[in-house]
Design a protein around this ligand. Structure first.
Ligand SMILES: Cc1cc2nc3c(=O)[nH]c(=O)nc-3n(C[C@H](O)[C@H](O)[C@H](O)COP(=O)(O)OP(=O)(O)OC[C@H]3O[C@@H](n4cnc5c(N)ncnc54)[C@H](O)[C@@H]3O)c2cc1C
Length: 447
């Protein structure tokens, strides 16, 4: 992961869930630069509350999705070609036939991307007037809110609207924790057989299969008034609206707006995988594609497919370069040699009195270069002036006792730069002895 937002990348991935992470990791494998933009505070945050063991994750029996999500995020963090931006909000998008996509982030930064991948997932359906938006009541919950709060929800009269896995599983969970549960579905139960069998056996749960949904849910003091033709007026302490999910609309609306301004017919929502949009460098992966069986594993697979689609789209741009096999073996290295300046360094008394002259030689490995080098586009390459300045800053910011520690700081800082896969560095003390110089070198990353 790199630290500063690059000015341009091969692909901007919106959404850092399993689909976005999988796509970004594959794009990195393919040698393409990626900006992974996530509006939440962490990658795979959608999995963080899913802490129950899963038995169908092939190769990971008993694993929780929360644990898997943490591992996906840690993997992405280690990949140098991916720039991850968390807590970010996309304000505006532009598309131009010659330049591709420009993303304007909240806070004023912008980034150009040859291709754009939407991996923005789903949001719970919150149909009015069952889930009143105004005034909001914390006692009316969507499925994400229920998952987050169900452990601490004070037992009471609880109504679950829905008849799928989520509703039935939550009905059983809440009934076991002392809630008086009513589960109400507009169709017959659609949950897995073992859940329906448990529901049938749970005598305390009031079951209402194949009943028309209530007309409204209204806030009445501390309670919720649920009105329906079939059951009249009823009061509940909590209502959970578990009526499924729909593709998250925020990014799609910006895409749609950008394309319309460019005179291109925007995709329908949910946006599916359509070749005419691939020609614009626009792709979709994971739950955002409105797939029928959303799950972590399908999202991971979608990420792989999308990365390959992006590579196919970008291939014509790279045609002026040597064949892929050659580029893979190719290595570009930035050399900084003979950089001399004064640094506060060393444990000896006279070394503590003031700066001493040192000499730094550095090699920064950028790995295989698969991107077309756009002449005069300094934003697309690593600027060696930055490397020089970072070396000086790290060596002069504070006193460092050990040369080894200084080398460690330099390696860590340089390895964080976007696109850097390896660092070799040598620091020499020039005047430590009258008759010789002393130097230590270090090497890290790929060489
Ligand atoms: C309660 C619940 C239980 C589930 N249980 C299971 C289960 O047991 N097994 C299973 O396999 N799956 C389960 N799933 C489904 C699984 O979580 C999803 O299928 C999977 O996470 C989809 O991955 P994704 O990357 O497509 O979307 P998500 O994981 O939803 O990731 C999308 C990401 O995009 C971000 N985002 C959205 N809009 C923007 C924007 N405009 N800009 C930047 N970022 C944005 C979101 O913050 C989010 O991090 C469950 C889901 C829920 C809600």
């Amino acid at each position: 992961m790199s630290d500063t937002l690059p000015s341009s990348v091969d692909c901007a991935v919106l959404g850092g869930g399993p689909a976005g992470c999988s796509a970004a990791a594959w794009l990195a494998q393919l040698g393409l630069s990626t900006a992974l933009l996530e509006r939440g505070p962490q990658l795979c945050g959608s999995l963080s509350s899913l802490r129950y063991p899963q038995d169908w994750l092939l190769g990971h029996p008993g694993e929780t999705l929360a644990a898997l999500g943490e591992r996906y995020a840690a993997h992405v963090d280690k990949l140098a070609q991916i720039h991850t931006e968390l807590n970010t909000r996309l304000d505006h998008l532009d598309w131009h036939a010659s330049e591709g996509w420009t993303l304007y982030l909240h806070g004023g930064e912008s980034i150009r991307a040859r291709s754009l991948l939407l991996a923005t997932g789903l949001q719970p359906r919150r149909p009015e007037p069952l889930y009143p938006q105004r005034p909001r009541s914390t006692n009316v919950l969507d499925s994400l809110e229920l998952t987050e709060r169900r452990e601490s929800l004070k037992p009471g009269h609880t109504l679950l609207l829905g008849g799928g896995d989520n509703a039935v599983e939550n009905a059983l969970y809440l009934a076991a924790r002392g809630h008086q549960v009513t589960i109400w579905s507009r169709s017959d139960w659609r949950a897995q057989t073992h859940l329906i069998q448990q529901l049938d056996a749970a005598e305390t749960i009031v079951r209402r299969p194949a009943c028309a949904m209530p007309a409204t849910v209204q806030i009445e003091g501390e309670q919720l008034l649920v009105r329906s033709k079939q059951f009249g007026d009823e009061h509940f302490d909590h209502v959970a609206v578990l009526l499924g999910y729909e593709p998250e609309a925020s990014a799609w609306l910006l895409v749609s707006d950008a394309l319309q301004r460019a005179g291109v017919t925007a995709p329908s929502h949910p946006f599916r995988d359509e070749p005419r949009f691939a020609a614009l460098g626009l792709f979709v992966a994971g739950d955002a594609s409105g797939r029928q069986h959303p799950s972590v594993q399908t999202a991971l697979g979608d990420g792989v497919v999308a990365a390959k689609q992006v590579e196919n789209f970008l291939r014509p741009l790279a045609e002026s370069q040597p064949p892929l096999a050659l580029r893979r073996n190719n290595r570009q290295v930035i050399h900084i040699s003979g950089l001399r300046f004064g640094a506060n360094l060393g444990v000896l008394d006279f070394e503590r009195e003031g700066p001493q002259p040192i000499l730094v030689d550095a090699e920064v490995n950028l790995g295989a270069q698969t991107i077309v080098s756009r002449d005069a586009d300094i934003g697309h390459v690593l600027d060696y002036r930055r490397i020089r300045q970072i070396i000086i800053d790290e060596c002069t910011a504070e006193h460092t006792d050990l040369l080894e520690a200084l080398l460690g700081k330099l390696c860590t800082r340089l390895m964080k730069l976007h696109g850097v896969v390896g660092v070799r560095i040598k620091v020499s003390k020039l005047e430590i002895f009258p008759d010789c110089q002393v130097a230590i070198s270090a090497e890290c990353g790929q060489w």
